[in-house]
Design a protein around this ligand. Structure first.
Ligand SMILES: NC(=O)c1ccc[n+]([C@@H]2O[C@H](COP(=O)([O-])OP(=O)(O)OC[C@H]3O[C@@H](n4cnc5c(N)ncnc54)[C@H](OP(=O)(O)O)[C@@H]3O)[C@@H](O)[C@H]2O)c1
Length: 251
């Protein structure tokens, strides 16, 4: 029996670390991102683990969600011991006061960070509703869904929307037979391209830049591998879903 895990933003950063740690016998993985990670593919192939990588732009999430639902519908639920979706892809987009940023950039960030999460979650929950196995949905949120920061208003909005979307989904699932367990998890501060982008921002339009430079210089970022270890431990925990808004910052 195989555990099936679907991960968005699987090409780099936290998502790639999640895939790397899932490559083991008894796992099947679907990664979704624009880019393809050849190293992960080689490792999965060598281990005899089925890793599929879809190249897809989650700024156009409708077609991806429809494809995901169709794909899940083509599988035999009896082949799987559990099924999980991790909505991990996210972007800060351009940093600065919202009114100074291109509207097209704000729109893309919101679609990748929130619309894709909504549509993929709905497709996943619908397509697996009749599967008689544990179903888990993990949305990768941020502390910025829970407090505000100037210069990243759309990112804050996407993560706050993700948090309350998750809380509402959890209520819906709780009343269903074999409802999915849902969490929206703040993952901590992680040494990825996203943090590099925050440190490289223009201090004039993004005054919080100094805080991210200090976090980095003080060695306060965790590695993607450590973050992935914490997230997968949370996903496997017997009490997964008991608190919808969670964080793994304490490890
Ligand atoms: N890093 C942190 O300190 C931190 C803190 C709090 C929360 N988070 C959250 O943790 C999650 C992972 O962040 P990270 O630091 O690993 O970010 P990252 O290193 O920037 O990686 C982002 C991932 O999302 C994918 N992605 C971006 N735009 C996409 C698009 N249009 N379509 C499809 N995939 C797209 C990227 O793949 P492609 O470019 O190949 O498409 C990549 O795999 C995000 O949700 C982020 O908000 C991170």
């Amino acid at each position: 029996m195989t555990h099936l895990t679907l991960i968005t933003g699987a090409s780099r950063g936290v998502g790639a670390a999640l895939v790397a740690q899932l490559i083991a016998p008894g796992q099947r993985i679907l990664g979704i991102a624009r880019g393809h990670n050849a190293d992960l593919q080689a490792r999965a192939d060598a281990a005899g683990v089925v890793l599929s990588q879809w190249s897809a732009d989650l700024a156009e999430p409708l077609a991806v969600a429809q494809r995901l639902g169709d794909w899940l519908g083509s599988l035999r639920p009896a082949d799987f011991a559990s099924v999980s979706l991790i909505n991990n892809a996210g972007v800060t987009g351009a940093l600065g006061p919202a009114e100074s940023l291109p509207l097209s950039d704000l729109s893309r960030s919101l679609r990748v960070g929130l619309e894709a999460t909504v549509l993929l979650s709905a497709a996943f929950l619908g397509a697996t509703a009749g599967w008689g196995v544990p179903r888990r949905l993990m949305n990768i949120s941020s502390g910025l869904g829970r407090f505000a920061m100037a210069g990243s208003a759309v990112y804050c909005a996407a993560k706050a929307g993700m948090d309350n979307f998750s809380r509402a989904l959890a209520l819906e699932q709780a009343s269903q037979a074999n409802g999915a367990r849902v969490e929206s998890v703040a993952p901590g501060v992680i040494d990825t391209d996203m943090q590099a982008g925050l440190r490289a921002a223009d201090a004039g339009s993004f005054p919080e830049r100094a805080r991210f430079v200090a976090l980095h210089s003080q060695g306060q970022l965790i590695s993607p591998a450590e973050c992935a270890r914490r997230l997968l431990a949370r996903l496997a925990s017997p009490d997964y879903g008991s608190e919808v808004l969670s964080d793994v910052r304490a490890g």
